[in-house]
Design a protein around this ligand. Structure first.
Ligand code: BYC
Ligand code: FE
Ligand code: FE
Length: 483
């Protein structure tokens, strides 16, 4: 048991997959490693590479004590290959092979499908680090800077996780795909990242918090669905990635929450009750609530696109093959094959939003997105409860699912956050009421001044309630390297 649970540090690449006796894969990964380090070193500004960051590193896959905290220089972070323990009895949870033993090798007929999903999953991980590369220099505190870097190194590890699967199970084309992970780059004209949201900018810290709240949560849902894959190595890989993911969403929820809190406190101190009195509120050096709403609209709608089309044959095929399952598949009380079952989907037909029952198998993406929306609404309730407590009348709301969409049923429609269908021209005229304008962006940028004194925070954000790893308020989360 402990051989599986503990992480071996005897090779260059920490792992619990016995790499030292798997020479072929070890060699391939060691060959890939320098390119990865180059990518990382070119990306993150040098002053931070030299700094000591208080990071957690995975040292085991035992849920009770899997991580340890210590100061590390990021390039020396031990990016490892970690899989949750194998359960010998595990069976394929859904689709036409339901009940058969989970695959330990890639089934030939599903090779292309599996490779595609692993490549897409892998591609998002470095993309997010690329999107966040500029944020270190404007961190609102050392606490927040540390959280950014924690998220970054773990997304780097998630890339390692997918690259391991490619090298181990996909031979030559797996190696080529692994190399391509470092060739594509977020926002690039020639070789962009694969999914839309991962080529968008993360221009400021409020966007970073919204991204980790909304987009990392798509990561959670997709990983939940892949964690139940009939291909056991993928399942075990994703199960362990989910342990790390919780912290990313915590950073997002508390980051937005602390921004909201600071705004409300400042309004109360200044005696401002109208949340739309934007100029006066901005004079206080905080971000007005309507602008926070616009940022939420932006990142939520981009994240909904990541679920693909509501009605999708790709998704039906993956479910039927037992490669991807539904959220909490094993807890659902049905045949897990979806024979003769329907699922309700909102569609855009003849210029109208209509509800329609479609074969449940074809609506797998829609269902996962519905689960996502439920999952995402929890934090919104907590943000609103916090606003209410301060006596200010304002509510953050998730916009209509058809608002600002580029993928799926609503891609061709112009829909307001309230769900009204309007003309494309009218939508364009009103865009800045709903999404951050250039002026909003400029204002937020003006607030992004770095604060590097331990225990101090920028004007626009409240301190956290508790420290990371229970450290005290003035803890020096990053020991900055002075040039
Ligand atoms: N942008 O049947 P369709 C994370 C393409 S986030 C561009 O509608 P399908 C993380 C699609 O590829 C989780 N293209 O959809 C978060 C297909 O193209 P091809 C990442 C898109 O395939 C934060 C065509 O449209 N993991 O981990 O059922 C920080 C028709 O496809 C988009 C995964 O996504 C888009 N938004 O579902 C760090 C899991 N959407 O093949 C990390 C793996 C669709 O015809 N991926 N297309 O050329 C999947 O399961 C599926 O590929 C998707 C799409 C759910 C993404
Ligand atoms: Fe990730
Ligand atoms: Fe994440």
């Amino acid at each position: 048991m402990s051989a599986v649970m503990n992480v071996s540090y005897d090779t260059q690449i920490p792992n619990n997959v016995n790499l030292s006796s798997d020479r072929r894969v070890l060699k391939a990964l060691e060959k890939w490693h320098p390119g990865y380090l180059n990518w990382w070193n070119d990306l993150i500004p040098d002053q931070f590479q030299q700094s000591l960051v208080y990071l957690r590193t995975a040292v085991s896959v035992d849920p009770k004590g899997w991580a340890k905290f210590d100061y590390v220089k990021m390039p020396e972070y031990r990016w490892g290959v970690l899989l949750a323990p194998q359960n010998e009895e595990r069976t394929i949870p859904c689709g036409e092979h339901k009940g058969e033993p989970a695959w330990q090798e890639v089934p030939g007929e599903y090779r292309a499908m599996l490779r595609r999903l692993i490549v897409i999953q892998g591609d998002t991980e470095p993309a997010s680090v690329e999107q966040q590369r500029h944020l270190g220099i404007t961190a609102p505190s050392l606490y927040d800077m540390r959280n950014l870097f924690q998220v970054n190194v773990e997304e780097g590890r998630h890339l390692w996780a997918m690259v391991y699967l490619l090298h181990k199970y996909f031979g030559k084309d797996g190696r080529e795909e692994a190399d391509d992970m470092l060739r594509r780059s977020s926002g690039s004209e020639e070789a962009p990242r694969m999914l839309g949201a991962f080529n968008e900018a993360t221009p400021d810290w409020l966007s970073f918090f919204m991204f980790t709240y909304f987009t990392d949560r798509d990561g959670k849902m997709q990983l939940e669905s892949l964690a139940q894959s009939g291909f056991d190595p993928l399942s075990r890989t994703c199960r362990f990635m989910l342990t790390e993911e919780a912290h990313h969403m915590f950073v997002g929820e508390t980051g937005v929450g602390r921004t909201i809190q600071k705004t409300c406190e400042a309004m109360n101190e200044a005696g401002i009750t109208d949340p739309y009195d934007i100029n006066k509120i901005r004079d206080l050096g905080v971000i007005d609530l309507p602008t926070i709403q616009k940022k939420a609209n932006m990142h939520y709608s981009l994240s909904l696109d990541l679920f693909g089309s509501e009605v999708s044959t790709n998704a039906a095929n993956a479910f039927n093959a037992g490669i991807k399952a539904r959220y909490m598949e094993t807890k659902i009380d049905d045949d897990h094959q979806l024979q003769g079952q329907d699922y309700r989907v909102r569609r855009f037909l003849d210029g109208k939003i209509v509800e329609e029952e479609v074969p449940a198998l074809s609506a797998i993406n829609m269902r996962l997105r519905d689960d996502y929306v439920r999952d995402a609404s929890g934090g919104i309730k907590r943000w609103n409860a916090a606003i209410k407590k301060t006596g200010i009348e304002f509510e953050i709301k998730l916009p209509h699912e058809g608002f600002h969409r580029q993928i799926g049923e609503f891609a061709s429609a112009s829909i307001t956050p309230e769900g009204d269908i309007i003309s494309a021209d009218a939508w364009a005229t009103r865009r800045n009421e709903w999404l951050p304008s250039d002026a909003d962006g400029d204002y937020i940028k003006s607030l992004m001044v770095p604060v590097t004194e331990p225990g101090k925070y920028a004007s626009w954000i409240a301190p956290p309630r508790i420290g990371i790893d229970n450290q005290p308020g003035d803890f020096e989360y990053v020991k900055l390297h002075m040039a």
